[in-house]
Design a protein around this ligand. Structure first.
Ligand code: ADP
Length: 797
């Protein structure tokens, strides 16, 4: 009964090698079979029995493809009974495509949460575990609770993980058939396992299938962000107090801000001044490297990073604002001492100091899942990137009901004030009819400014800055109510449906008559995808609605990418109050976004090249350590390298304590040496751009150095372990780690690094005047060589 005759592989093949597809025809054969699989006449208990039978068959080795048709038919019928929602045909198609490893694009409000249940159930019945990776903690809990009764009915267990949960709560959640959580939480748990010294502390099972919700945000926007686990070590050096020095400098004379306001550098005069104040002589002297890095960090923090734009200060902490979304990015830091420089600038006592013990980018973390699929409202415009980085095809799923949303033409102004005025009067005009309005801004500052202007015009609005996901979900759910004006940074209230008439759809008909939700964008984003996320809030499930962007040529996007130079000087307009009508200018505005999308893809590609080799190294170290921890790997260094001592101790304490000692010491040094290695490589990464001077490609040189240094790292570990085992006191209980000075970090914590190419711009070597480059370059290269050389010497001794 459960066999099917459709060849899944042949369909999958047809769809391969195309990064974006609108053709759902191949999946319709499957849909038809599922539709023919009628289960309405079965009782609830018969449905449950059917699920148990599918689970049994899956655990006896029947493949998911073989079980797809009955499984989907079953889930659909069970969803109808338990949740009162029967999957629409397009949702079934999306579910099949997801099981087939695609990224499906489904408009907002099309029911992605319900859709995901189909592939999740099918892939969970084998018992190997499925992770549904949501956009935030709030959604993990909401979706788990929402879909939980359905999975329960079908005999599968479900859990969710939230920040702050204890180890045992986490373990319980991961043991379930299905676990809802953010990619970040899963990634941090993965990193933490690297520090476990007892296998009982492990919480994760081997990864099996990851379903990624809001896939574009996680797989593209956040992909490059490294997750970090750091620990407190005793030997941390306080950063210098450079902020005051920087504040005494004069713009232009002592430092210059580079193009696009992304770099800043000391002029020769500024450098001389700083050298005089510090009294440490030539800042480019080898001994002054730390001072040089600190002063550049302080300069970057003081001049380029703006409070309430790039970060906010809350509860005595710096909280970074995400450049894409304008949202406060939880637990994210700047790298390489820049974080501390900002803390110094704001007079905050830092609790972030410590050594990085391990790290992985979200992109590399996601790749650890043997099978992934995704869903999002906006994927098609970035399809190539999904293909390139993850091998994921994008399949655009048609809406269940035709989308009648109107996306109106952009209104373009010469300058910001004219734009703000126009937006305000547009809101006042439309608001007077009672039609609900949602305004998407790209920064906290802009939201506040607009709210202020609206207040002056007598319009009361809700302002959301995504500070509290749960609270904001509640507010955004009301954004479709009559008379509602909601001003929101782009991502606030994400994952929440905006129903016309408000959450309970009171006065829905009236709102429909008024034209549905009106979405206003106050900026074009760096990617059309992000614009589309905003647009997608209107026109849900066949609702009426319209969207319009108001932009100005003074917006950051256009300034940063020198829009002015794309326009013949004779055409570039003087400031005017009315919108620009010139067709050439309008066309160029659209082009800018495409150019930037291309540049950003290139940047992400470069960053992934930087991380690729080290990621392979990290994986091998992780595997090794995991093997040692779980007693699958025994290096036998003691019997091999310290035969005499080994024999002696063998007689005295027996074999097990010796093995235990070796395991304890090995686990410790893997962590220590890996942390040192990361430290060293981050230093290389900061200085690697100098190889441009020598006419070499930085990323190649970086990878070359990392291969070489990794060899040293492996050798270092062996030496350290053997060295310790040769002298440590070993008893029946193994090694007393504290007594031997093998102290694990006193505390550890996790965070995200805001890794971006601009960070390379704070590299001191890039910020010196041309005359200095040559000598600095030679010196830095020499320093790298010296450090490598020193390592080798150390081993030989
Ligand atoms: P998305 O994540 O795609 O924006 P959600 O999963 O939040 O959408 O679902 C949007 C709304 O659509 C929810 O209120 C949900 O109850 C409803 N919905 C989804 N699928 C169905 C269905 N098959 N039948 C009825 N309502 C549905």
């Amino acid at each position: 009964m459960l066999k099917n005759k459709v060849s899944f592989k042949s369909i999958a093949r047809k769809l391969r090698n195309r990064s974006v597809d609108f053709d759902i025809e191949p999946y319709k054969i499957w849909l038809q079979k599922i539709n023919e699989f009628r289960l309405e006449s079965l009782s609830d208990s018969q449905l449950r029995d059917m699920s148990l039978e599918l689970i049994r068959q899956a655990r006896n080795g029947l493949s998911e493809n073989e079980l797809l048709i009955p499984a989907f038919a079953l889930v659909r019928e069970a969803a109808r009974r338990i949740l009162g929602m029967k999957h629409f045909d397009v949702q079934v198609i999306a579910g099949i495509a997801m099981h087939d490893g695609n990224l499906v694009e489904m408009q907002t409000g099309e029911g992605k949460t319900l859709t995901a249940v189909l592939p999740v159930y099918l892939n969970a019945i084998s018992g190997r575990g499925v992770h549904v990776l949501t956009f935030n903690d709030y959604l993990a809990q909401r979706d788990a609770e929402w879909m939980g009764p359905l999975y329960g009915f079908l005999g599968l267990s479900i859990g969710h993980v939230r920040e702050g949960m204890s180890l045992s709560e986490r373990r319980r959640a991961y043991e379930k058939d299905i676990t809802y959580l953010t990619a970040k939480e899963a990634g941090f748990d993965y990193l933490k396992e690297f520090l476990c010294t007892d296998r009982k502390e492990l919480v994760l099972r081997p990864f099996n299938f990851g379903v990624i919700d809001e896939a574009d945000s996680i797989l593209i926007d956040e992909a490059r962000i490294p997750l970090v686990i750091a620990g407190k070590t005793d030997n941390y050096i306080e950063p210098g107090h450079m902020t005051e020095i920087i504040r005494s400098l004069e713009a232009h004379a002592d430092y210059e801000v580079g193009e696009y306001e992304r770099t800043v550098y000391l002029t020769d005069r500024g450098l001389n001044l700083v050298e005089t104040i510090l009294g440490a002589g030539n800042l480019y002297d080898e001994k002054n490297l730390k001072l040089l890095v600190d002063i550049n960090n302080a300069l970057h923090a003081e001049v380029l990073l703006k409070r309430d734009v790039d970060y906010i200060v809350r509860n005595g902490r710096i909280e970074l604002v995400d450049e894409f979304t304008g949202r406060v990015a939880d637990k994210r830091h700047w790298p390489y001492g820049l974080q501390e420089a900002i803390e110094a600038k704001e007079g905050i006592i830092s609790d972030t100091k410590g050594q990085i013990l391990s790290s992985i980018t979200l992109q590399n973390f996601i790749r650890l899942y043997p099978k992934i699929c995704g869903m999002t409202g906006t994927a098609a415009t970035s399809a190539n990137e999904f293909q390139q980085f993850y091998g994921l095809n994008v399949l655009v799923i048609p809406t269940n009901k035709p989308c009648i949303r109107e996306d109106l033409e952009d209104v373009i102004f010469t300058h910001k004030e004219a734009k703000l005025k126009a937006i305000t009067s547009e809101i006042v005009r439309v608001h007077s009819t009672g039609r609900p309005i949602l305004v998407g801004t790209c920064s906290v500052e802009e939201s506040e400014q607009l709210a202020g202007a609206l207040r002056e015009s007598g319009v009361v609005c809700q302002v959301l800055n995504a500070k509290n996901d749960e609270l904001e979900a509640g507010i955004i759910a009301q954004a479709g109510a009559i008379g509602a004006v909601t001003v929101s940074t782009n991502m606030a209230g994400r994952g929440t449906d905006i129903k016309l008439g408000g959450a309970w759809e009171l006065n829905r008909e009236e709102v429909v008559r008024l034209g549905g939700l009106y979405v206003i964008g106050t900026n074009r984003y760096e990617s059309r995808r992000i614009d589309d996320q905003l647009r997608g809030r209107a026109g849900r499930q066949g609702d009426p609605g319209s969207t319009r962007f108001f932009i100005s040529l003074e917006d950051d996007l256009f300034k940063r990418y020198r829009f002015k130079e794309l326009i013949p000087a004779s055409l570039y307009p003087e400031n005017q109050e009315n919108p620009i009508e010139n067709k050439i200018i309008k066309k160029r505005v659209g082009n800018v976004q495409r150019i930037i999308e291309g540049q950003n893809t290139d940047i992400r590609l470069t960053l992934s090249k930087y991380s690729s080799i080290m990621e392979k190294q990290r994986q091998s170290v992780y595997e090794w350590r995991q093997g040692v921890l779980c007693d699958r790997v025994y290096t036998g260094l003691m019997p091999d390298l310290l035969q005499e001592r080994y024999q002696l101790l063998l007689e005295r304490v027996g074999e097990q304590p010796l093995r235990k000692a070796e395991k304890q010491v090995t686990l410790f040094y893997i962590n220590k040496c890996w942390a040192d290695y990361l430290d060293y490589m981050s230093y290389i990464r900061e200085s690697i751009h100098l190889v441009n001077v020598a006419g070499k490609t930085p990323v190649h040189e970086f990878n070359k150095i990392s291969v070489e240094s990794f060899r040293n790292f492996q050798q270092d570990i062996v030496n350290e372990i053997a060295g310790k085992l040769a002298v440590a006191e070993i008893t029946e209980d193994g090694v007393d780690m504290d007594k031997e000075g093998l102290k694990a970090p006193t505390s550890t914590w996790t965070y995200l690094i805001n890794d971006s190419p601009e960070q390379v711009g704070i590299n001191p070597a890039l910020n010196v005047s041309a005359a200095d480059i040559f000598t600095v370059g030679i010196w830095m290269l020499a320093a790298i060589g010296w450090k490598l050389f020193r390592k080798e010497v150390k081993q030989k001794n």
